[in-house]
Design a protein around this ligand. Structure first.
Ligand code: CAA
Length: 292
């Protein structure tokens, strides 16, 4: 069935062997499989770039897109420290492919009709796998950057929210469309949205499904930088390079500390800083002490 095609199954075991259910032609070379679903993955030294590459559909996403993102996360080359997520063409992403709402869905890439008849456990297992495509972007070992031009709607907005940092082009338009379509945002976007803009603003943005433009996004904490559209590529590259200036292990330990901060008391956080620093100081100076 379509749902089985699109369903997550046991990808962790199979992905290393090059196969992922829901990604057409599993077993074909990665680049070909990804091209079929409108995704590109490139690694240049310590920087990896994921490009949503179906501009003729404004980089609309399918269940297969999310399974492929999860596969990329599971098989990310060890040397990668920065992951850039971008979209080809005028829009970052118009969200879920609206053909997923039709009975036939997107051939080989899923449909809501097929998901709707699943039992709760199977349905949630599928969504959990899709969410893995977004969650790994927060791993302490990497910094993820979304480069957003034009529309980032629904799943597109959530993909931008899944990244640690967002650079927006001046024409960026963010919209959490799901509630207008009878759905909830379930691609891990609700928590970062609330963390960034606060509960009241998040409720207002989601329950009106209105567009947040780049200027407002910067004001309310949804963007680290806004640049002219023609400069998005260069500005993203500049930020990625700047993020490589710090020591790799210190960067990972610092990101971990920062991620814990909001849930810790000041005393708990101070303790976490001490423990992390002990590891850093030993790594940096023990050789010097032993040697002297
Ligand atoms: N799915 C499939 N095709 C899409 C698409 C989508 N989400 N968005 C755009 N396209 C297609 C259009 O049908 C059009 O195709 P044709 O050339 O064959 O007619 C092509 O892309 C270009 O689209 P537009 O002419 O509309 O381009 P635009 O630049 O004028 O407008 C847009 C761009 C504002 C994004 C507009 O296309 C749009 O509103 N798209 C729909 C957005 C939407 O509602 N997405 C669902 C979000 S909810 C979600 O994502 C839920 C979830 O995760 C569960």
């Amino acid at each position: 069935s379509v749902s089985d095609e699109a369903g997550p199954g046991t990808q962790r075991a199979s992905s290393r062997a090059g196969g992922v259910r829901g990604v057409p032609g599993a077993g074909a070379p990665e680049s070909e499989r990804f091209a079929e679903i409108g995704l590109r993955f490139e690694v240049d030294g310590e920087i990896a770039t994921i490009t949503l590459d179906r501009p003729e559909r404004r980089n609309a996403q399918t269940f297969a897109t999310w399974s492929a993102l999860a596969e990329i996360g599971r098989t990310l080359p060890e040397q990668v420290r920065v992951v850039v997520v971008r979209g080809e063409g005028p829009s970052f992403s118009a969200g879920i492919d609206l053909r997923m709402f039709t009975p036939e869905g997107v051939p080989g890439q899923g449909s809501f009709a097929a998901e709707a008849v699943l039992d709760d456990e199977t349905f949630e297992r599928h969504v959990k796998e899709f969410q893995q495509g977004f969650l790994w972007l927060r791993d302490p070992g990497i910094v993820s950057v979304a480069a957003v031009q034009g529309h980032a709607i629904g799943a597109g907005f959530q993909l931008a929210l899944a990244c640690d940092l967002r650079i927006l082009a001046e024409d960026a338009k963010l919209c959490m469309k799901e509630p207008a379509l009878g759905l909830v945002p379930d691609l891990t976007g609700t928590k970062p949205l609330v963390d960034l803009v606060g509960l009241s603003r998040a409720v207002e943005i989601c329950l009106t499904a209105r567009v947040v433009d780049a200027g407002e996004a910067a004001r309310i904490g949804l963007a680290e930088r806004v640049v002219p559209a023609g400069e998005l590529r260069a500005a993203t590259r500049e930020l990625a390079t700047a993020l490589l200036a710090t020591d790799r292990a210190a960067a990972a330990a610092t990101k971990r500390l920062l991620q814990q901060a909001a849930h810790h008391t000041i005393e708990e956080q101070a303790a976490a800083e001490r423990a992390a620093q002990a590891v850093r100081v030993r790594a940096l100076f023990r050789g010097a002490v032993d040697g002297g």
